[in-house]
Design a protein around this ligand. Structure first.
Ligand SMILES: Cc1cc2nc3c(=O)[nH]c(=O)nc-3n(C[C@H](O)[C@H](O)[C@H](O)COP(=O)(O)OP(=O)(O)OC[C@H]3O[C@@H](n4cnc5c(N)ncnc54)[C@H](O)[C@@H]3O)c2cc1C
Length: 316
């Protein structure tokens, strides 16, 4: 148990204890977090991250929970739910500064109502701007990284070093296929607290509300045809090994007959083989075992190693 008297005294009722994480993930699995803190203002994020990192207590930043699989054992530390949702449009230029907890759909609607387009391809991708930038979310050949002009980051300290706020250009994030420098850091150092994206400045394009809304609707219509949006999933489970259709994870999984696989209530979607679905009562363990079987099939048939796009969170 990581929550002690000092933490309780500092954060009082704002720190909930023993919170079930499956209620906060779209795939609907995950055990308990020792601590759970909702950050509604930037100051909340700075305060809790500074405190926890000084004491070297593990934390996890939770956006919408649409791209993670949390272990059945849960997260031994404090989950910080990011609900910081400020949006500032700069007068005269087609730019917006969004706090990282802003939901993608809300940002796009606000942009449309001001005749700012460019990000329509993101419509239908669930989650927060922080999660989207972290994982360089995208669709239809575009990704959010191409629109990031700058980011403000909270760099966690430790017992010898203060937590710092720094600003960088978008390029600093070294965006790649569904990844960024921060996601890569987390992959290489899974047991370290990672930097937190506080806000993002995005470059938009002048357009017309009607045109923007029509594009958003068309994108969503196409997404609905090919993806099981109504099911409990974490989106595409594996990264595409290449850019051609024949190199996509969905195509390879389909070709390897992965659609017939299931473990208990964890099943591969019949609509899109790169979606793992929790039909009802799947556990995180069921999902991870199923994912391993999917990888085995593709390796055996195509000699290709699939890598997860989703992240496994917590203690496994
Ligand atoms: C039905 C469905 C369809 C989807 N379609 C797409 C798609 O077309 N394209 C696509 O790219 N994705 C898609 N996704 C995946 C998902 O929507 C995106 O990855 C989204 O960007 C996740 O955002 P989130 O806020 O839910 O992040 P979370 O799942 O909460 O977190 C994901 C990771 O980001 C980190 N993170 C979140 N916020 C911050 C922050 N402020 N600072 C630092 N780290 C942070 C978390 O710690 C975690 O490691 C889909 C998912 C679903 C369920």
């Amino acid at each position: 148990m990581i929550i002690d008297q000092e933490l309780r005294e500092q954060f009082g009722d704002r720190l909930e204890e023993n919170v079930l994480l499956r209620d906060f993930t779209s795939i609907g699995v995950g055990g308990i977090a020792d601590g759970f803190f909702r950050a509604e203002r930037v100051d909340d994020l700075v305060e809790i991250v500074s405190f926890l990192s000084r004491r070297e207590i593990p934390y996890f930043i939770l956006g919408g929970g649409y791209n993670i699989v949390v272990s059945d054992v849960g997260f031994p530390g404090v989950v910080i739910k990011n609900e910081v949702r400020d949006i500032v449009f700069s007068a005269g230029s087609a730019e917006v500064i969004a706090s990282s907890g802003v939901e993608i759909a809300r940002l796009l609607m606000d942009c449309a109502s001001r005749d700012f387009g460019g990000l329509e391809f993101l419509f239908g991708i669930p989650g927060t701007i922080g999660g989207a930038v972290y994982g360089n979310a995208g669709a239809f050949g575009h990704a959010i990284g191409d629109f990031v002009k700058s980011v403000t980051i909270l760099l966690p300290g430790n017992k010898d070093r203060e937590t710092k706020i720094i600003r960088h250009s978008g390029r600093w994030l070294e965006f790649q296929n569904r990844s960024s420098k921060i996601k890569e850091f987390s992959r290489l150092h899974p047991n370290e607290n990672k930097p937190v994206i506080l806000s993002v400045k995005l470059q938009l394009a002048q357009s017309k509300k009607g045109v923007i809304l029509a594009k958003m609707q068309e994108n969503f219509r196409q997404k609905k045809i090919s993806q099981p949006l109504e099911a409990k999933s974490a989106g595409c489970f594996f990264l595409n090994p290449g850019e051609q259709k024949e190199q996509s994870a969905g195509y390879l999984l389909d070709g390897a007959k992965a659609k017939k696989l299931h473990i208990a209530d964890a099943v591969v979607s019949k609509k899109h083989a790169n979606f793992v679905i929790n039909k009802n009562k799947a556990t995180a363990e069921d999902i991870r075992r199923l994912a391993n079987l999917m990888k085995d099939l593709v390796r055996a048939k195509f000699r290709t190693n699939l890598e997860e796009e989703i992240e496994y969170v917590g203690k496994w």
